[in-house]
Design a protein around this ligand. Structure first.
Ligand code: FAD
Length: 391
């Protein structure tokens, strides 16, 4: 189980501990035997394979970086590789974990009180409870730092939430959604743990997506939703808290994007070795080799950048701009790579069963979520020029 990934051309995985490599080997074996065979089918039906929820918990995928629930001492670099291994097989399952573990559990770990962490995190780590993260709204995407319209109004020991959210992953079957809303008294963004059975709360699946079809994204409507004060994330002070969560998750999304590029690259390489044109495998034609080598170059450069971004996270020296650069760079390179890999497969490249098409389509969603390339570019731009150019 300790074999290194072949597409890790510069053998970066050698920098992991034995335990980290073994854990990745177990994850890879599970994904190859249980997830790869069903991924296209669930994607085509736009359904989420619920049978993965429990095994992925046993593999330690929910909250691996959170001391209260983690299976063993590990690094952000290891967690990046886990996101890569997931993306390499199924970006839908990778996104489910990105929401459950990265966004929902990290929100509670970063902004919840000790008691809130004890109450929610172990049950989410075991997969008993599924979480979601509600920031984006129909009228507020990139500008959610300033543009949130969902309101929170305090009434005695309760809060009353009103508003709408859009794109919220896992929300059709989640037990709890972290809702970010503006307190009408002080104008600050606060976080609330809203259970999905609360009166006034509805989540409706967004249909007909052309990317990440197995992920269940929802439009949420909240009308007079009452939440007790003890379900307000006690340490969430302002939008700064949300940004802190996103700083952690954006680097992991970057790793996930590398996994998607690798998934497409491996399918293209396999196809190129077997497809005969002009009397020889297309892998023997110079221009096809160029596409494959450039793809591997993109993958390798992204691994190098993300390894350092995660190492800085481990050392607490990484800023918002470092995860923003990782996300913008790795997703841009992913998008270029999946298109080349699709091209290598010719016409067959648009059919799911040849192994590239799903990655090609899913890449579009990953390119835009957790901050578009433009927004992440502006975060880096602000850091290097001292000028905020968002507005
Ligand atoms: P907009 O903000 O409307 O942007 C449209 C375009 O304008 C983009 O190209 C953008 O880069 C550009 N733009 C905007 N402002 C500027 C500017 N100042 N300068 C230059 N260009 C600009 N959100 C959640 O809260 N929870 C989730 O679980 C979740 N899951 C998602 C899953 C999927 C599959 C998708 C597609 C989205 C998900 N999102 C989720 C929302 C996601 O984070 C937003 O889609 C993203 O932040 C972009 O917002 P938007 O789609 O409203 O685009």
């Amino acid at each position: 189980t300790t074999t290194l990934l072949e597409s890790d051309f510069y053998r970066f995985q050698e920098g992991l501990t034995d335990q980290e490599r073994e854990s990745l080997g177990r994850l890879r074996a599970y994904l190859e035997s249980e997830v790869r065979p069903i991924a296209d089918e669930y994607w085509a039906r736009a359904e989420f394979p619920m049978q993965v929820v429990e095994p992925l918990s046993e593999l330690g995928m929910y909250g691996p970086g959170i001391p209260l629930v983690r299976h063993f001492e590990n690094s952000a670099v290891y967690r990046g590789w886990a996101a890569l291994e997931l993306g390499r097989v199924d970006a839908g399952v990778a996104t489910f974990i990105g929401v459950q573990s990265g966004l929902a559990m990290n929100s509670i770990a970063v902004a919840g009180s000790e008691a809130q962490q004890q109450e929610w995190l172990p049950r989410m780590a075991s997969g008993e409870l599924v979480g979601a993260f509600g920031l984006t709204e129909p009228l507020s995407g990139s500008d959610s730092a300033r543009g949130l319209r969902t309101t929170a109004r305090r009434e005695g020991d309760e809060w009353v939430l009103d508003g709408e959210k859009r794109w919220i992953g896992n929300a059709t079957f989640a037990d709890v959604v972290v809702i970010w809303a503006k307190d009408i008294a002080d104008g600050q963004v606060k976080g609330f743990l809203v259970t999905t059975d609360t009166p006034g709360f509805t989540a409706t699946k967004i249909e007909d997506k052309i990317a990440l079809r197995s992920v269940q994204n929802a439009d949420i409507v909240m009308t007079g939703v009452r939440v007790p004060e003890q379900r307000r994330l006690q340490r969430a002070e302002s939008f700064r808290t949300t940004a802190e969560v996103l700083r952690l998750t954006r680097t992991e999304v970057a790793w996930q994007a590398i996994g998607i590029a690798i998934g497409a690259y491996e399918a293209a390489l396999d196809y190129a070795r077997n497809r005969i044109q002009f009397g020889k495998p297309i892998a023997a034609h110079q221009l096809v080799q160029d596409r494959l080598v450039q793809s591997l170059g993109n993958i390798t450069a992204s691994i190098a950048l993300c390894t350092q971004a995660s190492a800085m996270q481990d050392a607490s020296t990484g800023g918002d701009e470092h995860s923003a650069m990782a996300k913008a760079f790795a997703t841009a390179k992913m998008r270029e790579t999946v298109a080349w890999c699709r091209e290598v497969q010719g016409g067959n490249g648009i059919v799911l069963d040849k192994g590239v098409a799903r990655f090609f389509a899913d890449a579009e969603a990953i390119y835009s979520y957790e901050g578009t390339r433009e927004v992440n570019t502006l975060i880096v731009g602000r850091a290097i020029t001292g000028q905020a150019a968002f507005v």
